[in-house]
Design a protein around this ligand. Structure first.
Ligand SMILES: [Zn+2]
Ligand SMILES: [Zn+2]
Length: 404
């Protein structure tokens, strides 16, 4: 290998070649999909992104998934007052530059975004529940990075918030280093984009629930996350896996991912419950609710056999309440929640990536639409109407590996 030019000229070579890429000294002007306020279509604007500070990284975004949480934000069911905002929290790209004190990644690394960049120091982190990090929650709710400030400005100079501390419906993103998980370059980035939300959330929920070999499982809601729950249940060795959805196409995808039965919802909540009870010989050990509505949360409870556990993964808008027949607690039924896979996301992604490499977990099969940045609003509209599984915004086709 030829010596770097700097060495030949008698100047000490940098310790790590790519890490020496300079941090941009000025803000980058870029395209980003901005939510100005709920009810107004999300539209692409030219915005400014300031350089990464200490402990932060600048990532060139390759691709980003459109998730139900983006829809909740766009519709104002989440993030009260948290706009204007650059949306997007599930994505992948390549590290472009790193701020001071960053050692975990170097420029050129492929990374998936993680929207809970746990601080490692709060009570939740110290207690081993890193997805419940209190510092990340505090600043994430405010639409800021971990130091409580934003790197994003609109062309009018006004502050823009970082959607779930990622803001990856954009050409670049600055995130805390804990929000960028290094990946092997062998995974195409348009597929890796799904890892940091849908995949880790869905498969992590199965781990948290403790599904065992042979268990009967019901998954209510087979969108981008529900399909990952089904994949997780199959990997965990579940026996009967019943998929429930209002969309025939999603049920077909669910079958391909390992669901043994499909129940088409829409003809009444009671009908869904009785059909699930019929095909599972009286109920399931584990039900997963991946919609976030009181009706489906109640269904998840009602399809349990005695001793069963319902795990709510779906994100219900603030203010939604659920009622349950309390007498059934005597049947030792459990209802709980799972947020973002309930584990250490960096460790979880390492394990999932190994499964992808072994061919035991397909990432791309849930992608129903590959779209451009200008089409985010159309993708949100598909989510509103329950159509399609996952839309992936391809920001940079070559970087994303589309068609490779
Ligand atoms: Zn998400
Ligand atoms: Zn923490």
């Amino acid at each position: 290998m030829p010596a770097p030019a700097t060495e030949a000229a008698g100047v000490a070579a940098p310790a790590v070649g790519p890490a020496a890429a300079p941090v941009p000294s000025a803000a980058i002007e870029m395209r980003a999909a901005v939510l100005r306020e709920p009810g107004r279509p999300v539209a692409v604007e030219r915005v400014l992104l300031a350089p990464p500070r200490r402990g932060e990284v600048l990532v060139r975004v390759a691709a980003a998934g459109v998730c139900h949480s983006d829809l909740h934000l766009a519709d104002g069911q989440l993030g009260g007052g948290r706009w204007p905002m650059v949306l997007g929290h599930e994505g992948a790209g390549v590290v472009e530059a790193v701020g001071e004190d960053v050692v975990d990644v170097v420029p050129g690394d492929h990374v998936a975004f993680c929207f809970v960049p746990s601080c490692g120091a709060c009570a939740a982190c110290r207690g081993g529940r890193r997805t419940l990090c209190e510092t990340a929650a505090l600043h994430g709710v405010a639409g800021m990075l971990m130091d409580g400030t934003s790197r994003l400005r609109g062309s009018d100079g006004g502050v823009l918030q970082h959607g779930l501390m990622v803001a990856c419906f954009a050409e670049y993103a600055v995130v805390p280093v804990a929000g960028a998980v290094a990946l092997p370059a062998s995974i195409p980035l348009w597929q890796a984009a799904l890892l940091g939300c849908g995949v880790v959330t869905g498969i992590g929920a199965v781990n948290r629930a403790g599904v065992r070999v042979g268990d009967r499982v019901c998954v209510i809601g087979c969108g981008g996350v529900g399909l990952q729950v089904i994949a997780g249940a199959r990997l965990a060795g579940a026996g009967t896996v019943v998929a429930v959805d209002t969309d025939v196409a999603k049920l077909e995808l669910a079958r391909r991912r390992g669901a043994t039965h499909a129940v088409l919802a829409g003809s009444g909540a009671d009908v869904v419950v009785s059909e699930v009870l019929a095909v599972t010989d009286g109920g399931v050990e584990h039900a997963f609710e991946v919609v976030g509505s009181p009706v489906t949360i109640r269904q998840a409870w009602d399809v349990l056999r005695p001793g069963g556990t319902a795990t709510v993964v779906g994100l219900a808008p603030v203010g939604v309440e659920v009622s349950l027949p309390a007498i059934e607690f005597l049947a030792e039924k459990t209802i709980t929640g799972s947020y973002y896979g309930s584990s250490d996301v960096h460790a979880a992604l390492g394990r999932l990536v190994a499964l992808v490499a072994d061919g035991r977990l397909d990432l791309g099969d849930v992608v129903s639409d590959l779209i451009g940045l200008d089409e985010v609003e159309a993708a949100l509209q598909r989510l509103r109407s329950g159509q399609g599984a996952r839309s992936v915004v391809v920001i940079d086709e070559a970087l994303a590996g589309v068609g490779a």
